[in-house]
Ligand binder design. Structure first.
Ligand SMILES: [Zn+2]
Length: 316
C-alpha cells in the first residue's frame, strides 16, 4: 500500500490583507488539514527575515508525516508576514510595525495591524496549541526555544540546544504566542537554524521537533511519537552583545559554534574599520560558561547597536 503524505492533503487558501498603492492587497497563505480537536497551529515568518527557514521546516514535516497519523486538525501559516518576507526585513516596510508586538491587531488598522487581526480570525480561533518558528534567518543562526508556562512539554519536545524562560521577559499578550495563550492555547516559540551550509540539517531537526510536539498535543496520534530528541540545557537571562559603533564585523567563531558552550574570554568576533580593517571592538564570551544562543556566522556590515550575539549562562 502506498503512503499518502500530509503534504498532498493540505488545503491551501489565500486571505487578502490591505497593502500598498500598487498591489492593493497582499495574500496571506493559510493551510489546513484534518478535522476536529485537538487543533494545532504551526507558524513561520512572523518576522520576514526569518521566514523561509521556518517555512522549509514545515514543508519537511509535511513530507515525512503519513496522512493517516493525523489525529486532529493542523493549521499552517508558513509565511505569516508576506511583505516583510518580500523585503527580507523583520517588519513590513509599509508601516514598520513589528507583527509580533501587534496582536490581537485591528481590522481597521494599518497593514500589520490588519494582518494580526486576520491571523487571529483565520488561524488562531479555537486552537489548542501554537508553535511559532522564529530565529535562524538571513543574517544569523540560532539554537534555542522559549519555554512558556503551560507549554513546557512542547518546548521539551522541540529539543533545542538551549531553553530560555519566556515568562521572565514579562511581555504582554501582544505576540502570536502570548496572545494565543490568553485564548487558552499551549505555546512554544522556536529560534533555531538559519542561513548557512547546515541549514538543511536544522530544517530537519526542527521538523523532527515539530513531529514530537504535535504528538504531545495529540494532533499526531500519540503512539506515533518519535524517539525523544535529547535534553535541552536551560539557561538564565539572555544578554545581547551589540557594537558601540558601526563597522565591518569579522566572525572568529563560525556556524559550527552555535548551540555550544564556550569558556569565558573566548574571542567570538571583531568589529573593524570598513576601510583600514583596524580593530575597533572585540566581542568576547562574557560568562565563565557562555552558551551561544545566536550568532552571526559571516562577515557583515553592522550599524551601532545591531544584534550580534545572544548569550546566556547555563542555569543552576
Ligand atoms: Zn522572530
Amino acid at each position: 500500500m502506498s503512503t499518502t503524505w500530509l503534504a498532498d492533503q493540505v488545503n491551501w487558501r489565500e486571505v487578502w490583507i490591505g497593502a500598498g498603492a500598487a498591489s492593493g492587497s497582499a495574500a496571506l497563505t493559510v493551510g489546513s488539514v484534518g478535522s476536529g480537536r485537538p487543533v494545532a497551529l504551526v507558524a513561520a515568518g512572523v518576522h520576514g527575515d526569518e521566514g523561509p527557514w521556518g517555512a522549509w521546516a514545515i514543508r519537511r514535516l509535511l513530507e515525512r508525516l503519513p496522512a493517516r497519523w493525523l489525529a486532529g486538525s493542523l493549521r499552517l501559516l508558513p509565511v505569516a508576514n508576506p511583505l516583510a518576507m518580500a523585503a527580507d526585513a523583520r517588519c513590513a516596510p509599509l508601516d514598520g510595525l513589528d507583527l509580533n508586538r501587534s496582536f490581537p491587531g485591528r481590522e481597521d488598522g494599518s497593514h500589520t495591524e490588519m494582518l494580526a487581526a486576520a491571523i487571529v480570525r483565520e488561524a488562531l480561533a479555537g486552537v489548542d496549541a501554537v508553535i511559532d518558528l522564529h530565529g535562524g534567518g538571513s543574517w544569523c543562526i540560532n539554537a534555542f526555544c522559549h519555554d512558556f508556562r503551560g507549554g513546557h512539554d512542547l518546548t521539551q519536545a522541540i529539543a533545542a540546544p538551549f531553553t530560555v524562560d519566556a515568562d521572565g521577559r514579562g511581555m504582554g499578550p501582544v505576540s502570536l504566542t502570548t496572545h494565543a495563550r490568553t485564548q487558552g492555547a499551549r505555546v512554544t516559540a522556536v529560534e533555531m537554524g538559519g542561513r548557512g551550509s547546515t541549514e538543511a540539517q536544522w530544517a530537519d531537526r526542527i521538523a523532527d521537533g515539530l513531529l514530537r510536539a504535535l504528538a504531545v498535543v495529540g494532533v499526531v496520534a500519540p503512539d506515533r511519537a518519535p524517539a525523544p530528541g535529547g535534553s535541552s540545557v536551560p539557561v538564565g537571562p539572555t544578554r545581547v552583545l551589540r557594537p558601540r559603533t558601526g563597522g565591518v564585523f569579522l566572525p572568529d567563531l563560525r556556524e559550527d559554534a552555535i548551540g555550544t558552550i564556550v569558556r569565558g574570554g573566548t574571542q567570538l568576533g571583531r568589529l573593524v574599520h570598513p576601510g583600514t580593517f583596524a580593530v575597533v571592538e572585540t566581542f568576547v564570551a562574557p560568562f565563565a560558561q557562555t552558551a551561544l544562543l545566536l550568532l552571526r556566522p559571516t562577515v557583515a556590515a553592522l550599524a551601532a547597536g545591531d544584534m550580534t550575539y545572544v548569550v546566556a549562562e547555563p542555569a543552576g
